[in-house]
Write a protein that binds this ligand. Structure first.
Ligand code: FAD
Ligand code: PHB
Length: 370
C-alpha cells in the first residue's frame, strides 16, 4: 500500500490533518488502532476556541457544529462563594468559545472523509516506523495481517501513548515534563447545566468545574488525589462534594441527575521537541500535553494541523530535498505552543491547590523548533 502522507491515529489531529490535506489535493491514509464506534464515543474535550471553530467551519465540516454548538461569551471564576464573570468576547475583541464535544467533531470529520472516499483503516494498529530519513513506511496490523504503508511523509497523530514520538532518537528528542500532584475526577451527568456559562471554582477542599455538553447534559470535575480510587466515589458523594465546593453565598443550587460516566484523569504537562525529525512530524498530544484546566489540548492539536498544512508540508512535498534539514525553524507555532504550555501550567497553578516546583518551561523552550 502506498500514499503521500501516512497518518497514525484518528483523533482530532489525524482526522483534521487528513481532511485539510484532501482539500489541498494531497492523499493520505489514516491508521487507527480502535474501532470506529469507540473513537466516535470517547468522551474527551468539549471547549472549542474561535480558531478551531473557524477552521472547521471554513473547511466545510462545521454544519452540525454551527447548529448544535453552544456559543459562550464568558466564563465565571468563583472564589469564597462569589462569582466573577470574565467577559471573553469583550476582552478579545469579539471572540467566543463554543461547547461542542470532541467526539462530535471526530464524527463530523470521519463522515466527511468517508464521503470523499478518504481512507481510514479502523482496527489498524501501527507497530513500527521504518526509514524515516529516506523512504518512510509504517508497519501495521489489520484484520490479523501485518502490512506496510509506504509514504512520502508520516504524521504521528497517535496521542500521548503513541509509538511515533519515541521513534525520534533520544539524542535528539528533548522532553520537558511536569507531573502534578493531583487529578480530576470527571462526570458526565444527565441534568441540564446549572449555569449558562462554565464555572471554575476555587475552594480550600480543591478545585471544581461546571461545564456541559448540551442543554440536557452537564460535565463536572472535582480536583482529587491521583491515587484516588473511583470505586470510593459513589454518585451521591460526588454530588455532595460538588455542592460543597461550588456553594455560593446567595444560595445557588446545583441540581443533580443520573451519572452517565465517571473517571479520573491525572494531570501532566509535556512538551517534546523537535516536532519534525526526517520525514516524520508529530502533532497534537503526541507532541505536547497540557492539563485539561486550560481546555487547550484539542485546540492545540488543530492548531498544529493548521500550521503543518499551511505551507510546510506542501512545500516539502514539492521539494523533498528540504527534508535533509532536520530542525526546520518555524517560529510562529512553537512560540504559541510554548506560551500555551506555560499559560496552561500557570492556570493550573492558579486554580488548583499545589506547590509549584521548578521551571517547567525552562530556558530551553525559548529556542523551540518544529
Ligand atoms: P488523541 O485524541 O489521543 O488521538 C490519538 C489517536 O491515535 C487515538 O484514537 C488512538 O487510538 C490512536 N493511536 C494511538 N496509538 C496508535 C497506534 N499505534 N496505531 C494506530 N492508532 C493509534 N482539550 C481541549 O481543547 N478542550 C477541552 O475542553 C479538553 N478537555 C479535556 C478533558 C479531559 C478529561 C481530557 C482527558 C482531555 C481534554 N482535552 C481538552 C484534551 C484533548 O482531548 C486532547 O488534547 C485531544 O484528544 C488530542 O487529540 P490528538 O488527536 O492529538 O490525540
Ligand atoms: C470540559 O467541558 O470537558 C472542560 C471544560 C473546561 C475545561 C476543561 C474541560 O477547562
Amino acid at each position: 500500500m502506498r500514499t503521500q502522507v501516512g497518518i497514525v491515529g484518528a483523533g482530532p489531529a489525524g482526522l483534521v490533518l487528513s481532511h485539510l490535506l484532501h482539500l489541498q489535493g494531497i492523499e493520505s491514509v489514516v491508521l487507527e488502532s480502535h474501532r470506529r464506534d469507540y473513537v466516535e464515543q470517547r468522551i474527551r474535550a468539549g471547549v472549542l476556541e474561535q480558531g478551531t471553530v473557524d477552521l472547521l467551519v471554513e473547511s466545510g465540516v462545521g454544519d452540525r457544529l454551527k447548529q448544535e454548538g453552544l456559543v459562550h461569551h464568558g466564563i465565571e471564576l468563583r472564589f469564597e462563594g462569589t462569582g466573577h464573570r470574565i467577559d471573553l468576547t469583550e476582552l478579545t475583541g469579539g471572540k467566543s468559545i463554543t461547547i461542542y464535544a470532541q467526539h462530535e467533531v471526530v464524527k463530523d470529520v470521519i463522515d466527511a472523509r468517508l464521503a470523499a472516499n478518504g481512507q481510514i483503516l479502523f482496527n489498524a494498529e501501527a507497530l513500527s516506523l521504518r526509514d524515516i530519513d529516506g523512504n518512510p513506511s509504517i508497519y501495521f496490523t489489520h484484520k490479523g495481517v501485518t502490512q506496510e504503508l509506504a509514504c512520502d511523509f508520516i504524521a504521528g497523530c497517535d496521542g500521548f501513548h503513541g509509538i511515533c514520538r519515541p521513534v525520534i532518537p533520544s539524542s535528539v528528542l528533548r522532553v520537558h515534563e511536569r507531573i502534578y500532584p493531583f487529578a480530576w475526577l470527571g462526570i458526565l451527568a444527565q441534568v441540564p447545566p446549572a449555569s449558562d456559562e462554565l464555572i471554575y471554582t476555587y475552594h480550600e477542599r480543591g478545585f471544581a468545574l461546571l461545564s456541559m455538553r448540551s442543554p440536557e447534559i452537564s460535565r463536572l470535575y472535582l480536583q482529587c488525589s491521583p491515587e484516588e480510587d473511583i470505586a470510593n466515589w459513589s454518585d451521591d458523594r460526588i454530588w455532595d462534594e460538588l455542592r460543597l465546593r461550588m456553594a455560593t453565598r446567595d444560595g445557588w443550587v446545583l441540581k443533580d441527575g443520573p451519572v452517565l460516566q465517571k473517571g479520573i484523569t491525572p494531570m501532566r504537562s509535556l512538551v517534546a521537541q523537535p516536532m519534525q525529525f526526517g520525514k516524520l512530524f508529530i502533532l497534537g498530544d503526541a507532541a505536547h500535553i497540557v492539563p485539561p484546566t486550560g481546555a487547550k489540548g484539542l485546540n492545540l492539536a488543530v492548531s498544529d494541523v493548521r500550521v503543518l498544512t499551511g505551507n510546510m508540508l506542501t512545500a516539502h512535498l514539492e521539494s523533498p530535498a528540504i527534508l535533509l534539514v532536520d530542525d526546520v525553524d518555524a517560529p510562529p507555532v512553537p512560540k504559541r505552543r510554548q506560551f500555551l504550555s506555560q499559560h496552561s501550567s500557570r492556570r493550573t497553578g492558579l486554580r488548583d491547590e499545589f506547590a509549584r516546583s521548578g521551571d517547567f518551561a525552562g530556558r530551553e523552550l525559548r529556542r523551540p523548533t518544529f
